[in-house]
Unconditional design. Structure first.
Ligand code: ADP
Ligand code: MG
Length: 389
């Protein structure tokens, strides 16, 4: 499939720009296996890069013009590197614009570029097509201009593009895994220090299955901000008793229990979830290293229950999807993934039971929700790189 898409991309480049591209880049989407809403609490996340990506065919220009064609939207844009503005009309172009802007701000000297972009990361499903787009464009500029950008720095730069140019308040996980992921590995990321560890998954006959609820993530912005505020409030209160703490990362379950009478009930629930989720991530990594996937599955299930009952960011559609998965013996673990209020679930499933899961989801989920599910069976892939032409 990759080869066919690459060929189509090259053909499109030739038609648009009347030349061969110099380089073909891909950057993957991602799914977070466990560690939700921990990133902005200086905690841990555990994503994998998946076999769905944004591909960019590009060719260096000698001037300072950038010409982009989106194959999927069938739209072209052109801008000058010296004058990069937000595009209200062709919003997809703001990701590459932001990346070019922040590359220059970081004092990388870049030249113009002709590029064609295509992707098969489902858009807006929570698998981070946006980060894939940013990272693919950053690598395209890096290659075209003979730069050598440290991968962690590149991830930070792409995050900046999304935060400050596109205007989406995302953490570092998505860009980090899209750039630094590794085939057959998940990545434990410490969102405080940006230290990371690639952990071999040894999945053998186990599959990673992502189920898209088809529910648009409606409430997510306002509720997301509320959750962040609750976490900050928890830290503020506990700081009085525990000087030196700066995030929920620094707090233990017993601290919350001990000072419980000072913490509003909702704040306490939110804080407890975050503290427990951080522990679950670290326990998941140990379980995987010990080849104890059953334990990992239990932790995934507990994570969902925490997100549903303590953090309250699930929704009936996510719960239905997870409950259907939990009802199947070969499903080792299942949980919502992403910010919540819609989007996807992630499950780990014994290969022999895959069809049963697919049939059950297709049969029961629409009955329970009136929505049509989509199912993606994913493999853990390398982070961004070059496709040899
Ligand atoms: P998510 O990252 O969860 O997929 P976002 O809303 O953050 O959702 O990012 C989706 C946006 O990224 C799209 O609206 C579009 O602007 C851009 N994008 C994603 N995939 C493509 C693509 N294949 N071609 C052009 N733009 C894309
Ligand atoms: Mg996104």
């Amino acid at each position: 499939m990759t080869t066919e898409r690459a060929e189509r991309l090259i053909e499109s480049f030739k038609t648009k720009f009347d030349a061969m591209p110099d380089v073909l880049v891909r950057a993957p989407g991602r799914v977070n296996l466990i560690g939700e809403h921990t990133d902005y609490n200086d905690g841990f996340v555990f994503p994998v890069a998946i076999d769905r990506d944004i591909m960019v065919a590009s060719r260096r220009r000698e001037d300072l013009t950038v010409r982009l064609y989106s194959l999927d939207y069938d739209q072209s844009v052109e801008f000058a590197l010296g004058d990069i503005k937000y595009d209200d009309d062709k919003k997809w172009s703001n990701y590459p614009r932001g990346v070019a802007h922040f590359l220059q701000e970081s004092e990388y000297s870049i030249s113009g570029l002709d590029a064609v972009i295509t992707g098969n990361v489902p858009i807006g499903a929570g698998l981070s097509s946006s980060a894939a787009m940013e990272v693919a464009m950053a690598v395209a500029f890096e290659r075209a201009c003979g730069l050598n950008i440290d991968p962690v720095e590149m991830a930070l730069l792409c995050q900046k593009a999304e935060n400050n140019f596109v205007g989406v308040n995302c953490g570092i996980m998505d860009q980090f895994i899209s750039r630094l992921g590794k085939k057959d590995h998940a990545l434990l990321l410490d969102c405080r220090t940006l230290e990371y560890e690639l952990v071999p998954l040894n999945l053998e006959n186990i599959k990673i299955v992502v189920c898209n609820t088809g529910k648009k993530r409606g409430l997510v912005d306002s509720e997301y901000n509320k959750r962040r505020a609750e976490c900050e409030r928890g830290v503020k209160i506990l700081e009085k008793f525990l000087p030196g703490i700066s995030a929920l990362r620094d707090i233990e379950i017993d601290d919350i229990r001990k000072y419980s009478s000072h913490i509003p009930e909702i704040t306490e629930k939110r804080c407890l979830y975050v503290v427990k989720e951080n522990i679950r991530v670290l326990e998941s990594v140990s379980a995987i290293k010990e080849h104890d996937l059953l334990k990992f599955g239990e932790l995934m299930n507990e994570s969902h229950i925490g997100l549903r009952d303590e953090y309250e960011v699930s929704c009936p559609e996510l719960d239905a999807m997870v409950e259907i998965a939990w009802g199947i013996d070969g499903v080792i673990g299942s949980r919502m993934t992403g910010a919540g209020f819609g989007g996807c679930t992630v499950s780990i499933v014994v290969e022999d039971c895959l069809q049963e899961l697919i049939d059950k989801v297709n049969e029961e989920y629409p009955k329970r929700t009136g929505l049509q599910p989509e199912i993606y069976i994913c493999t853990a892939e390398d982070g961004a790189g070059i496709i040899e032409i």
